[in-house]
Write a protein that binds this ligand. Structure first.
Ligand SMILES: Nc1ncnc2c1ncn2[C@@H]1O[C@H](COP(=O)(O)OP(=O)(O)O)[C@@H](O)[C@H]1O
Ligand SMILES: [Mg+2]
Length: 365
């Protein structure tokens, strides 16, 4: 979208500017040559432009649909290919292929309609423009024979109308480009408008060594923003006294992981409050809370495409190699890491060697 927007913008500025100045300049000279002919032209041309604008808005809508459909189909291909093992394991190649084919066909149909629309638009445009030249010659010829216009002026008038015609044709092509550019721009703008609902930089910190670590949930109510009608927690109260180790046990989907997400403020509760040492966690600096107070290991941890050493250092960038190894020993990762031919320098993650699910969790710890 950014690329599309950029090239449309460039074209519009360079060619659009030239075409529109040519139109203005030629229109002025038309008036100087023959006001009556020019008045006629000025009545016809605006109505053509109005027609073009209406047609253009229909095309713009179609273009937006076609773009959206195209990204749906690429999404399916991306999913099937990036999860190729699952696709293979279920023998789902044909099914995925058909699904992709289906979506591509829809995109194809929309793009054909768009192509036909743009073709009709440009064809009509040419027809009208050439019609203008023909009627100028016919009408102007009459004026010449009545000696209201010299032959030279008629020629000059024709050249000026042709310049206008050429510029208008160019503009009609540019309108197609502008339509695509504007729908790309609208999508970019949607992302730019997004703001973080939980600011990262503001808020207080508890001074080092004076935190006790008493966690309390009081009357907490929460529903995920994407599923507002399902309350995951309602009037939830619970306390973790400082220094205690607590495990939460419950059926799948009962809200255990949600509690952790609330504690690190991936979300804020809808009702009630969560406090640490009696202070509402909404008052804390979110970055400090996440990086200094709460350590969190996801159920499905992600490793970055770099060495194991750097992955472990992710939580404390200034840790020495010895500290990293010490941490690995505590997480019972040191032994298997040493067995890798490259040891701690093994590159893991998406673009490196994959490790087992359990090994990944230990590296994350
Ligand atoms: N990102 C999410 N968006 C919407 N609903 C979610 C999301 N994550 C979890 N849920 C729902 O919230 C409920 C609690 O989920 P969770 O806390 O992950 O359960 P668990 O106790 O198994 O960790 C479930 O019903 C789940 O479907
Ligand atoms: Mg869970």
């Amino acid at each position: 979208d950014v690329q599309e927007f950029k090239s449309s913008f460039k074209l519009l500025i360079s060619q659009g500017l030239r075409a529109s100045t040519q139109i203005v300049g030629s229109a002025v000279s038309l008036y100087c040559i023959s006001p009556s002919l020019a008045t006629l032209a000025s009545l016809v041309i605006p109505s053509i432009i109005a027609g073009g604008t209406v047609f253009g808005s229909v095309l713009r809508k179609l273009s937006r649909q076609a773009q959206a459909q195209l990204s749906t189909s690429t999404g399916i291909a991306y999913e099937a290919i990036s999860n190729i093992r699952t696709t293979r394991a279920f023998g789902a190649e044909t099914k995925e292929h058909e699904m992709f084919q289906n979506e591509v066909n829809k995109a194809c149909e929309l793009n054909i309609r768009l192509g036909i629309g743009i073709g009709v638009f440009q064809g009509l445009n040419n027809l009208v423009m050439n019609g203008i030249v023909l009627s100028t010659i016919a009408l102007g010829g009459q004026f010449v024979s009545q000696q209201r216009l010299s032959a030279g002026d008629l020629m000059a008038f024709l050249v000026a109308t042709q310049t206008i015609q050429r510029s208008l044709t160019q503009i009609s092509v540019l309108i197609g480009q502008a339509i695509r550019g504007m729908s790309a721009g609208a999508r970019i703008h949607e992302y730019q408008k997004l703001t973080s609902s939980i600011p990262l930089e503001q808020g207080i910190r508890i001074p080092f060594h004076s935190m006790l670590g008493q966690v309390q949930f009081s009357n907490v109510g929460f529903a995920y923003p994407t599923r507002e009608q399902q309350m995951v927690l309602e009037n939830f109260n619970f306390t973790i006294p400082c220094g205690k180790t607590v495990a939460l046990v419950g059926p799948s989907g009962s809200g255990k992981s949600t509690l952790c997400s609330l504690l690190v403020r991936f979300y804020d509760p809808i009702n009630g409050q969560i406090t640490i040492d009696g202070k509402d966690i909404r008052k804390f600096n979110a970055t400090w809370l996440r990086s200094n107070v709460i350590g969190m290991i996801n159920q499905e941890p992600t490793l970055f495409s770099t060495t194991i050493m750097e992955n472990i250092r992710f939580g404390k960038p200034d840790a020495t190699d010895a500290e990293v190894m010490e941490a690995a020993k505590l997480a019972m990762a040191h032994d298997f890491i040493q067995l890798f031919p490259d040891g701690y320098r093994t590159v893991v993650g998406e673009r490196g060697v994959t490790v087992s699910g359990g090994q990944r969790q230990r590296i994350a710890m």
